[in-house]
Design a protein around this ligand. Structure first.
Ligand SMILES: [Zn+2]
Length: 199
């Protein structure tokens, strides 16, 4: 961990000032990922660190069907990144379909075209903030472009979405691909844009 509690609190306070909701399933999912990588103790470490900086919560009290603050979800991811020394949240994003039941169902029998078409609606089932724009699908040249708009919680979420989008596309095409964030709100662009391509 490179940040002091004071620095971490400052970052989390900033995230917590942003409005918007997320379904409890997603907070549960990151809890499961943390547990898989760092055990029960990992969950406890995050709960303790959150408490130390003024945001008490418990993973096992999160109800899957209730709405919570997206800021809480983003903060948990960011704090976990700091506490465990993760390089970024890419690996969590890439693995999150494994831990999120809803996501698993979404992509199970889907084609890349159906994912492209239904992704914006799907976004709003789990988030009541921001929009996902399915900007372009080119099956011939083998790429897809997705944009995230009106969603600016913390720069750590960009790597999360990069991993998540790549994995979803890989599931549907049944092979490996690559992802690049081609535009980013944290670099001054009006939205985040992700180019996912495959061979
Ligand atoms: Zn970004």
């Amino acid at each position: 961990m490179t940040m002091t509690d004071e620095q971490l609190k400052k970052e989390v306070d900033q995230i917590m000032s942003i409005k918007g909701g997320v379904k409890g399933t997603e907070i549960r999912a990151i809890g499961q990922y943390i547990k898989k990588r760092h055990g029960e103790e990992g969950l406890w470490l995050i709960e303790k660190k959150m408490k130390d900086i003024g945001y008490s919560f418990y993973f096992n009290k999160i109800e899957t069907s209730s709405w919570y603050l997206e800021a809480l979800y983003t903060s948990v991811g960011f704090v976990a990144q700091e506490v465990f020394g993760w390089k970024d949240l890419y690996d969590y994003g890439y693995n999150s379909p494994v831990f999120s039941f809803g996501l698993k169902m979404f992509i199970k029998f889907a084609s890349v075209k159906s994912v492209f078409e239904s992704a914006p609606r799907y976004w709003n089932r789990f988030l009541d903030v921001g929009e996902l724009e399915s900007y372009e699908l080119n099956e011939k040249k083998k790429y897809i472009i997705l944009r995230i708009k009106n969603f600016k919680f913390h720069s750590s979420t960009c790597r999360f979405f990069a991993g998540l989008f790549l994995r979803i596309v890989e599931f549907t095409i049944n092979r490996k691909g690559t992802v690049k964030e081609t535009k980013c709100r944290f670099r001054g662009d009006p939205y985040d844009e992700f180019l996912i391509s495959w061979k």
